[in-house]
Design a protein around this ligand. Structure first.
Ligand code: XMP
Length: 539
């Protein structure tokens, strides 16, 4: 049969009345600028510098990001700002500030000593709207090898550090501002206030983009676009697909058909518990028990990418067969979120492929359905806030990320039913222990909240079953059993991660519980590797 793929997306963005445009020159922290603007309840979009969208009347201001490049390079990233500079508020950050200087009559030179890390900014012009309410001296974070030695035409200094005279400037007669430091990073203490001064003060944004307003506009847009059509959605138990389903359910009710596949590789009791929660939420959901099929597809495979392929392939088959039973479906809904959509802008060439994370990439092509992605414009913590505003219970909204291939890539080497049973039991003890341990720490997945237990203070946690047996002693008996490794990390997006300092008393108890209660394990290790150079999953 010939399948064709009609690619139609819903553009909720067009409903926004105000937005900030961020033009990305390839900095590692461009997404952070976006997150900081969103924290002000202002919608923003990130676009690569060389794919600038049309500037509509909803654009209230533009931010130019940093970059690993130097404006002095022959092939430095460049763009045409004639439609923006002097017409709209403009903020250049780091490379963005140097680019404005270099392009409009100033000069940028190698700074001799590289300017990295902490510096104290002295506000030179406290009347500047960008500096409103900022302390006379405030800590900022620098990260550049070049420096602005002459300001662009018509510019005046508004802030300096000991080593960087032109740390912040303003172009007279325009709403053009620039800072050579990074206001978006944590170490720039009053960075959020500076960004607020730009976005709300200078650009005049109202800041009315909240979870509730997002829900209202999205539900209305979904109803308009989908009409009386039917929609299929794959639920995974994860936050994104759950929130997407509840939003769609609010918009189109029983026209939404959810499919939740049990791949036999889920956590202990996960399939039945989550399926029950879905039903409680009023979702029209079909659970498909396909564990045997996945185990058969995995038999004899021990190489990580081969395992991923086998699991992805089995999923597409099972899901497609179930979807065929829904008559009249025209749309496939997906829980795609903004970090999956932002086109990364690489000035250093493509990066090497480490793991194939998109395991079901072939699905839409196979199904002859239009795509609807209601969360396309949201960061993960915003998805969680929308989920809470929709009334989804914390246990589901606050879940850690979990890989599509599930425990299949946490059993190193070949997956068998016996190993799955061991891993499930060890993982269950670890995760329940994290939920039960009380603490007061920043919530890893939603920086604006406090965590009341270890689980919420951690971004992702799980157990790996290693293909190693070692000798132990239990009672008077010699044992020869598996080792498990516990993994718990903090991260913002999974791209980088650091191991979480679990309390000793917690580790002691979990290790003891696992070894005493899980048949087949006699040794527990804790993984203290960061990413990079390690990765979060072991496969
Ligand atoms: P790594 O191991 O690459 O993981 O540091 C980063 C994040 O991605 C998840 N992950 C996957 N997710 N399919 C997925 O859907 C995959 O094949 C896959 N591999 C890793 C991982 O759990 C972490 O959140």
């Amino acid at each position: 049969m010939h399948f064709f793929y009609t690619f139609v997306r819903l553009h909720f963005q067009s409903i926004m009345t105000e937005k900030i445009l961020i033009l990305d020159f390839g900095s590692q922290v461009t997404q952070l600028i976006g997150r900081r603007v969103r924290e002000l309840n202002v919608y923003c979009e990130i676009h690569p510098f060389n794919k600038m969208p049309q500037i509509g009347p909803d654009v209230r201001g533009v931010i130019l990001s940093g970059s690993p490049a130097s404006v002095r390079d022959a092939n430095a990233p460049r763009l045409d700002l004639s439609g923006i500079k002097g017409r709209l508020p403009l903020l250049g950050i780091c490379y963005g500030a140097q680019y404005l200087a270099h392009t409009y009559g100033g000069s940028v030179e190698n700074s001799g000593s590289r300017e990295y890390g902490r510096a104290m900014l002295r506000v030179v012009d406290s009347a500047s709207p960008l500096m409103a309410g900022i302390s006379a001296e405030t800590q900022v974070w620098m990260s550049h090898g070049d420096t602005i030695t002459r300001l662009p035409e018509g510019a005046e200094v508004i802030g300096s550090t000991e080593d960087v005279a032109n740390a912040a400037y303003h172009i007279r007669g325009e709403d053009t501002y620039a800072v050579q430091f990074h206001p978006e990073v944590f170490h720039t203490k009053e960075g959020p206030r500076m960004l607020e001064n730009f976005v709300k003060g200078i650009c005049g944004c109202k800041g009315d983009w909240t979870a509730e307003s997002f829900i209202d506009t999205t539900v209305a847009a979904l109803r308009r676009q989908i009409g009386s059509d039917h929609v299929i959605l794959g639920l995974s138990g994860g936050v994104d697909s759950t929130v997407a389903a509840v939003l769609l359910n609010k918009a189109i009710g029983s026209q939404l058909h959810c499919i939740f596949v049990d791949n036999g590789l889920l956590r202990k009791n996960e399939f039945s518990d989550v399926l029950e929660s879905y039903k409680d939420m009023g979702l029209n959901v079909t659970g498909v028990d396909a564990g045997e099929k996945f185990l058969a597809a995995l038999a004899g495979k021990s190489e990580p990418e081969a395992k991923r392929k086998a699991i992805g392939g089995a999923f597409i088959e099972v899901f497609d067969a179930e979807a065929q039973k829904v008559t009249g479906a025209r749309w496939l809904a997906q829980g795609t979120i903004y970090p999956d959509v932002i086109e990364s802008c690489s000035v250093n060439g493509p990066s090497a492929k480490i793991k194939s994370h998109h395991n079901v990439g072939g699905l839409p092509e196979k199904m002859n359905l239009k795509i609807v992605e209601p969360l396309r414009s949201l960061f993960k913590d915003e998805v969680r806030r929308v989920g809470r505003a929709l009334g989804i219970k914390d246990e589901l909204v606050g879940r850690h990320p979990f890989p599509g291939p599930s425990l299949g890539i946490r059993i190193l080497g070949e997956v068998t039913a016996e190993k799955l049973e061991i891993l499930r039991n060890a993982d269950d003890i670890f995760i329940r222990g994290l939920r039960a341990y009380k603490c007061d720490l920043p919530c890893a997945s939603e920086p604006l909240r406090r965590a009341t237990n270890l689980y919420d203070a951690i971004w992702q946690a799980g157990v790996m079953l290693l293909p190693v047996r070692s000798v132990g002693v239990m009672g008077d008996e010699r044992t020869y059993e598996y080792t498990v490794a516990l993994r718990a990390v903090v991260s913002t997006d999974g791209m980088t991660a650091d191991w979480f300092p679990l309390p000793y008393d917690f580790m002691a108890k979990v290790s003891n519980d696992i070894i005493n209660k899980v048949r087949g394990v006699n040794r527990v290790c804790y993984d203290i590797s960061s990413k990079p150079p390690a990765t979060i999953e072991w496969e």
